[in-house]
Each structure stands twice: as structure tokens, then as C-alpha cells.
Design a protein around this ligand. Structure first.
Ligand SMILES: *Cc1c(COP(=O)(O)O)cnc(C)c1O
Length: 398
């Protein structure tokens, strides 16, 4: 039977082939991952877990799961290898947001306090936005960035002492510098007292998970208690999430995913996540992660050379933020995003530290290099794209 849907897919494929993709949270998966996600595993119900938990029971609720069991255990083993860790891993979260929901639910109760990075400074929706479950269910407190845009670790320490959170959360969607997981661990341990045991240290590495896997960013393993991620950003896998935790938290975390907040796992996506892990373990992947950062630095430096203001004055990872308010006071992030769309360049508007505009307008844009590096772009291509964006801005009637 013909379906109209294939017309939409064909048009989307054309768009993806044509456009310069600079959205920092996007990437292009391999043919193998596309095949796995489009496979017959989408038909199988597998509520529960394949591995023997402390109950000693095989925890699936349906028959016929033998191949799904093999797949899920294979997937879990691979992800432990990717991060060279003995942490427990749960590969079932449907998304990064689901992973965060379960991470919080596993160790704290509604009403408890979470200290996270300020959303204006690069934190994620699930890190305490008032319109998100996190902001509605928990007492959210925030640390920020300093006047140069770097995480203010002194502010973090002060806030831990002041609010005594049950979770300290690190990780961001729009932060271009190394996150010092070792320093945060030290701060947390330093803040613990006799009547305030160390809070849980949760790292949401959604954006930088691929860089960590490829050795291009310090790892939170061995430092954090729970680590959540998406698989579809720098990791270059199917859309989905993962949760890692210290082995002693395994039952709590598993229970918070199923039956706590999800039903049947998406086994076809778990198949894609397993291939993503295979790819992350390949020798090419290290080079990919290094190239993503090299390309980001090259493009960022070109913008600085052309007189643009980059938040923190540079980048250590796959993205950077242009703060237009300093150089183009009448140009909003939204205007630039829309203008670039006309030229088939895709990126997103983004708040900048000290933002004066509404989130729907913003004074900045976020630029990422993970997707086009997958397409084979080198430093020179990214430099050329920076020049093209500058030319487009110069041609605007501001
Ligand atoms: C993207 C992102 C998420 C959420 O991922 P979804 O899969 O879109 O739900 C969570 N945390 C951070 C830091 C992110 O950047």
C-alpha cells in the first residue's frame, strides 16, 4: 500500500541533504542505526528487565523475549565498555527527559531540593523550568555563571551550604566550556556535615556524552552517583536516553524507569543504542570526537576574528554561543535564526548570560559542529560557514 508519509520522509531527507546543520543537539546516524530502529523489534513487548536482579527473578512480564533479552544485555555490556565503568546501566529511558525524571525519582521525593544550573545560563528544561515537571515537583534552586560566562563554582558551594539540596545537578544544553566534575565532587564532599550528609551528585551529560566517550571531555564516572544522557546528540545514536548509576543504586534506578515512569521499552531503539555503542567503541570514534572539538574551536575563532562576541571568549567542546547584544543591538537570535533558514543554514536562537530579551526572542544563537563533522566537514569548511553567516548578517537591514 502506498502511503503519503513517504512524501514527507522524502522531503525531510532532501532538507537534511541540502542544509548546513549547526544545531548543537543534532547529528546524523549511520545506515545501520536507521535499519535497527526500523526493525521488527518495534513489535515486541518487553516490560521488565532481562537481567537477574536482587530478587533473583528474571523480570520480564511477557513470553517470547529471549532475543530481546540477549539484545538488551549486549547493549548494557557495550555501554559499560564505552565509558570503561562498572556502574550499572539502564538502556530503557525513552529520552533524556525520561532519564532525568527517573534519576530524580529514584533517590528523592517530591518537595525535596535540587540545585541545578540556571536555565538562562545554559541549563535544560528538566533542570527546573517552572513549566516542566522538575519545576513543579521539586524545590529548585540554581547556581549561575560568572560575568565571563564560566560556571561559578563558588556560587555553587555557597548555594549548597545555603539550601542543603538533596541533589546537586551538573550538565547543560548550552555551555561551551569543560565542566569540572572533579571539582564539583570536592565541593560536595566539603559541604557535607554531621547533620547534612553529602547530597547525590547527578550529572546530565546529554550534550557532551559523545565527547566523553571519545576522550575529548573529562569523564564524570567514578565521581557522580547517577549519570543521565541522551544518545542522539554528540553520541550520534538513535533518539533516546540512558542512565548510569553506582551499583548500589541499581534497583532504585531500574524501579524508577519501570514500573516507576515507563511501560514497555522501545526494543528497536535499544537495538539502535547497541549499534551506537559499537560505533563509539570503534577507533574512528576517538578521531570523530577530537575533530568535533577542533572544528568548533576553528569556527569560533573565525567569528572572534570578525569581531563577534562569543560567550566565555571561546569553546572547549562541540558548541559555542554568539552574544549579538554586544555587536548587533537590534539583531535578535530569532531574527538571525529565521534569516539563516532562508539560506539553508540551520541553528537555534539561545539565551545569553544576563539575557535582556524573552526566550522567544533572545540575544544570541547557539552554534554546534557535531552534525556537519559527521558529514565530513573539516576546519576550513566551518571557517567558510562562519564567513557566510557574517555576510548574511551584513546584508540584513538592521
Ligand atoms: C537534550 C537534553 C535533555 C533532554 O533530552 P530529550 O531526549 O530531548 O528529552 C536533557 N538534558 C540536557 C542537558 C539536554 O541537553
Amino acid at each position: 500500500m502506498e502511503s503519503k508519509v513517504f512524501e514527507f520522509i522524502a522531503k525531510e531527507q532532501e532538507r537534511q541533504d541540502r542544509n548546513i546543520e549547526l544545531i548543537a543537539s543534532e547529528n546524523f546516524v549511520s545506515e545501520n542505526i536507521l535499519k535497527a530502529v526500523g526493525s521488527c523489534f518495534t513489535n515486541k513487548y518487553c516490560e521488565g528487565y532481562p537481567y537477574v536482579r536482587t530478587t533473583g527473578r528474571k523480570g520480564r512480564y511477557y513470553g517470547g523475549t529471549m532475543y530481546a533479552d540477549e539484545l538488551e544485555e549486549y547493549c548494557c555490556d557495550l555501554w559499560k565498555k564505552v565509558y570503561n565503568t562498572d556502574y550499572h546501566v539502564n538502556v530503557q529511558p525513552h529520552s533524556g527527559s525520561q532519564a532525568n525524571f527517573a534519576a530524580y525519582m529514584s533517590v528523592i521525593k517530591p518537595g525535596d531540593t535540587i540545585l541545578a544550573m540556571n536555565l538562562d545560563n545554559g541549563g535544560h528544561l528538566t533542570h527546573g523550568s517552572s513549566v516542566n515537571f522538575s519545576g513543579k515537583l521539586y524545590d529548585m534552586q540554581f547556581y549561575g555563571v560568572d560575568e565571563n560566562g564560566f560556571i561559578d563554582y563558588e556560587d555553587m558551594e555557597k548555594k549548597i551550604k545555603e539550601f542543603r539540596p538533596a541533589i546537586v545537578l551538573a550538565g547543560a544544553s548550552a555551555y561551551s566550556r569543560i565542566i569540572k566534575f572533579d571539582l564539583i565532587r570536592e565541593i560536595i564532599d566539603r559541604c557535607a556535615t554531621e547533620d547534612y550528609p553529602a547530597p547525590y551528585f547527578v550529572v546530565d551529560m546529554a550534550h557532551i556524552a559523545g565527547l566523553i566517550a571519545g576522550g575529548a571531555h573529562p569523564s564524570p564516572f567514578g565521581l557522580a552517583d547517577i549519570i543521565t544522557t541522551t544518545t542522539h546528540k554528540t553520541l550520534r545514536g538513535p533518539r533516546g536516553g540512558l542512565i548510569f548509576c553506582r551499583p548500589e543504586l541499581a534497583n532504585k534506578v531500574d524501579g524508577a524507569i519501570f514500573p516507576g515512569s515507563q511501560g514497555g521499552p522501545l526494543m528497536h531503539v535499544i537495538a539502535g543504542k547497541a549499534i551506537c555503542a559499537e560505533e563509539a567503541l570503534s577507533p574512528d570514534y576517538k578521531e570523530y570526537a577530537a575533530n568535533v572539538v577542533k572544528n568548533s574551536k576553528a569556527m569560533c575563532e573565525e567569528f572572534i576574528k570578525m569581531g563577534y562576541h562569543v560567550v566565555t571568549g571561546g569553546t572547549d567542546n562541540h558548541l559555542f554561543l554568539l552574544d549579538l547584544s554586544k555587536t548587533h543591538p537590534t539583531l535578535t537570535g530569532k531574527m538571525l535564526q529565521e534569516e539563516l533558514d532562508k539560506h539553508h543554514i540551520t541553528l537555534n536562537k539561545n539565551c545569553v548570560p544576563g539575557e535582556q530579551r524573552k526566550p522567544a526572542e533572545t540575544s544570541g544563537v547557539r552554534v554546534g559542529t557535531a552534525a556537519m563533522t559527521t558529514k565530513g566537514w573539516k576546519e576550513a569548511d566551518f571557517i567558510e560557514a562562519a564567513k557566510k553567516i557574517d555576510a548574511i548578517i551584513k546584508a540584513m537591514d538592521l
